[in-house]
Ligand binder design. Structure first.
Ligand SMILES: NC(=O)c1ccc[n+]([C@@H]2O[C@H](COP(=O)([O-])OP(=O)(O)OC[C@H]3O[C@@H](n4cnc5c(N)ncnc54)[C@H](O)[C@@H]3O)[C@@H](O)[C@H]2O)c1
Length: 358
């Protein structure tokens, strides 16, 4: 495996914030972008962590990512809200759009929020966590406008993105369930991480440029491109199509249908449904039944190779504790790309290196 650099989260966050600020973002935006990326690393999702910065800077340079933007209201129907993210940093657009949807769900008991044209919303679980922290259920369908990288079930080339689907459920008296998943067999960034580390990927995740199964991550990263498969065969494929139709078409953002490959920007469309369980008349029952069910699940004796049964959200919470203590490892290729991204916006590599070392 290739060499890695280990950083303490706070120092790395400051170094990343300086790069974003040098790209033209106001201090609040730079801080929101860097803390969101660091949280992805801390949660164990390096694919959505600081390694995104080189892509963001490329996107900024080509004009596909617009700094200092806020969601624009396109339609306001009370519990129905349609917003446009104006290609702004997803870390700001996602936060502010979710805040608006939370206020509506508190007021009306439910909010359907359609968000078009946000630049990369990164870890969608972050927006579910934001709503769940306010006691709300959050269900999101997201599409990705970027180079198509996932093949349809039964197809042999890439036609859409990794279209994440996320469900957050607050659980009275215990940590919430945060199911946050790409509908591809694996998130694309995890293929990039494997490629940068010089590792193979597990069988079943990728096909090559001829449609044959492969374990070589290069087919997800460099030409000639292959494609990722969908999770759960035809079932995950169905969910991915629903994400495209709801997150891309119903949101007002746009779907994949041209195969455009040259642009660096990553746009997300997101349809989110927020429900206030306290307003549905079932709150007391929900609290009791949810607790009973989760306890019941967790009493299942661990299968060989497992230490215990977890619910979605548990692995990220555990990794946050571990990485908060031990630091964040960034592989040498990714770190070199981050330093180069800093140089593109006028920060000398030594300056970024010094900031990241605290
Ligand atoms: N913005 C975008 O365009 C975009 C696109 C795709 C993915 N993403 C993000 O990528 C991230 C990674 O996605 P992924 O599909 O690789 O995630 P993953 O496969 O690592 O995890 C998926 C879900 O499974 C749960 N899980 C994992 N192990 C478990 C266990 N042992 N028991 C119970 N639950 C378990 C996790 O808590 C998580 O909710 C997500 O945050 C997603 O939002 C973003």
């Amino acid at each position: 495996m290739a060499e890695s650099h280990v950083f303490q989260a706070k120092a790395l966050e400051r170094a990343i914030s300086a790069i974003v600020a040098a790209g033209g973002s106001e201090p609040r935006e730079a801080q929101l972008v860097s803390s969101n990326l660091l949280m992805a690393n801390l949660s164990g999702h390096d694919s959505h962590g600081v390694g995104m910065i080189p892509r963001y800077i490329e996107s900024l340079k080509e004009g596909g990512l617009q700094p200092n933007r806020h969601p624009q209201v396109k339609f306001d129907g009370g519990a129905l809200l349609a917003l446009d993210g104006q290609a702004g940093y997803g870390q700001v657009i996602g936060l502010e759009a979710t805040d608006m949807a939370i206020a509506r769900a508190k007021q009306h008991g439910v909010c359907v929020m359609a968000l078009a044209n946000a630049h990369h919303l990164c870890r969608i679980g972050q927006w579910a966590e934001q709503a769940v922290a306010q006691g709300l259920v959050s269900i999101s369908f997201v599409n990705v406008i970027s180079r198509p990288i996932v093949a349809p079930f039964g197809g042999s080339d890439a036609r859409f993105g990794t279209n994440p689907c996320t469900i957050g459920i607050p659980l009275p008296g215990q940590p919430p369930m945060i199911l946050d998943m790409a509908t591809s067999a694996v998130a694309q960034g995890k293929i990039r991480v494997a490629y940068n580390k010089g590792e193979k990927v597990a069988p079943g995740l990728l096909i090559d440029d001829k449609g044959n199964p492969t374990v070589e991550p290069r087919y997800g990263v460099i030409e000639p491109f292959g494609a990722l498969t969908t999770m759960g065969l035809h079932k995950g494929y169905g969910l991915a199509v629903a994400c495209e139709l709801l997150g891309g078409a119903l949101s007002g953002g746009g779907t994949q249908h041209t195969g455009e490959r040259s642009k660096k920007r990553v746009l997300n469309g997101m349809l989110s449904i927020l429900i206030d369980p306290a307003r549905l008349g079932t709150a007391e029952f929900f609290g009791r039944e949810a607790g009973l069910f989760i306890d019941w699940l967790k009493q299942s004796p661990p299968a060989p190779g497992f230490d215990r049964v977890r619910i979605a959200g548990d692995p990220e919470r555990e990794t946050r504790v571990e990485r908060g203590r031990e630091g964040i490892a960034v592989d040498a290729t990714t770190w070199r790309d981050i330093l180069a991204a800093g140089e593109k916006v006028g920060l000398a590599a030594e300056q970024t290196e010094r900031a990241a070392r605290g």
